[in-house]
Structure formats: structure tokens, C-alpha cells
Write a protein that binds this ligand. Sequence first.
Ligand code: 8YV
Length: 324
Amino acid sequence: MTARRVIAVTRRLPAAVEAALATRFDVRRAPDDLPLTPAVYQRFLGEADALLCTVTDRITAEVLAANPLRTRIIANFGVGTDNIDLAAARAHEIVVTNTPDVLTEDTADLAMALILMTMRRAGEGERLVRAGRWTGWRPTHHLGRRVAGSTLAVLGFGRIGQALARRAHHGFGMRVLAWGRTAPDAATLADTGATYVADLEAALAEAQVVSLHLPSTPETRGLLDARRLAVMPTGSFLINTARGDVVDDDALVRALITGHLAGAGLDVYRQEPTVDTRLLGLEQVVLLPHLGSATRETREAMGFRALANIEAFFRGDAAPDRVA
Ligand code: 8YV
């Protein structure tokens, strides 16, 4: 009998995924469910045929310079792969895969939840009740803004951006503007109820809500800077379920403090789990701990998708979700 392939898994995964991995592979795992040090990643890369990692694992060029280097495939548990230096992986002839599709609907749900929470001031309201500071109903108490009929600009019109547009337009009666590198085809626009706007500033200028659905790349980092935030109408809202570094934090905090932006709903941050302390004191900001794909169903599906990629690769087939 041939020896089983060795797979290193950096974090605890849903039980069904761990069980499936254990039947097929010799699984190596760190003792604790915590981010690891470069030295541990290098040990894994030296002893495992495959590495299954997450957004919390920084697989840098330095880490990938591990010697010995046995790993041939890195299956990222997540659709974003900005935690991995893809160019360095290519240079070492390591295949990298991600987990698209399976997290689309849940991430779009969370973006919609943040739109509703910020526009209707749900976070503030909840804190008020819990603190025992609610003095009773009155006509002018805690007024938010109407979602129906307002304009949403979706920046990045891939799978998740489109799923949000569908919800916002067909479910909540929002007018949806789509901005992205390539114009969507007519069928996609009809299905999502969106209008394509080729010019970013034009989309920002019309939006009461801007929601980010872009990967973190050299082109998108800092995209929402002071100048672009200033183009958004006074009293508008920013939602980020994509990556923290797409937004310039200093500019965002300033826009919130001056009241130029009425609120922000954030699920992702530049240096997770650190959250800019200036945001913590702002009542009009809803802060979630990177929950976009956090449902039992999706986290299991992500695990099985990563497993499917690894199995295809070792069978000698093309890994279905290869990104490098
Ligand atoms: C994951 C995400 O929770 O898929 C992504 O890109 O940001 C989240 O859905 C995270 O990446 C897990 O590694």
C-alpha cells in the first residue's frame, strides 16, 4: 500500500471536513487554533504535500523560500488569496486554489445586513436597549434613512457584488449601480436589476450607499481614499465586506467624524483582528468580526471545496479553482 499524502491544516475546520480529510490524508495540525509563525509554516511546507490555510495565514515569499520545500499545492480556505504571495508560489511551482461560489450568497447576505443596520441605525439601537437607556417610543426618536428607493453603488461586480445587487434591487427596492473593470453582459444586468456605470467617480457621486466587493490587489488598495470618499454625497454610507485595505482608514474616520458620511458597516479591517480604535468610539459605525462567510453551511462547503481541489490535483487533474 502506498503511503498516504501528508496535508498540513493551519486551523480547526468544521467536524465533517476534518473527518473527510482524516479518511484520505495523513493530517498534520498545529496544536492550537491560532495564527502561526513563519517558522511553523515553513515546517509544514517542508513535511506536507498540501497546505490548507486561511485568511489568517500570511504565506509570504519569505515563508515560501522554505528549504526543504515539499508542498505542491496550497488550498486556501476562502475566495480571497491576498494572504498568499501568488508570484512566489508560481516561482516555486506550487499550485494555489481558492473556494469561490460556495460563499457568495452568505457574504451578500451579510453586506445586505450591514446596509440595513447602518441605514436603520440598528447597532446603536441595540446598544441603547442593552444599556437600559431607552426611555420609550417617540415620533422623532432614532430616525434612520429609508432603504427602499435609495441608490446603491456596488464596486466590484463579480459573484458577490451581483448577489448583493439582486437582493438590494429585487428584495429591497434599491436602485443599483454597478462598477467594475469589465462591463457586465445584458443578461447579468437584467438579472441583477443593475445599471453599469463605467466611471467610478460617477457611480460614487450618485450613491447613498457604496458597497465594496473587490479583491485586495495593488490596483484596489486604498481605492476609497479621501478624494473618492469626498465624491460620495453628504450623508451617504460605506459598506465593506471585501478587504480592509481597499479603504484609507484615516480618510474614512475623517469623513465619519465630519458627518460627510452618515455611517459605515465594516466586516473587514486592514490588520485583523486589530480594529482602528478611532472607529470603536463612533456610534454610527457597525463593526463585525469578519463574518461574511460564517455560516455552518458555507464553512463546510468551503472545506469540501478545498478538499476537492487537493484531491483533483493529486489525481493528476487540473485543480478546479486554481488561481496560481
Ligand atoms: C473567509 C473571506 O472567512 O473568502 C474570503 O475571502 O474573506 C472569508 O469568507 C476567509 O477568507 C477564511 O480564510
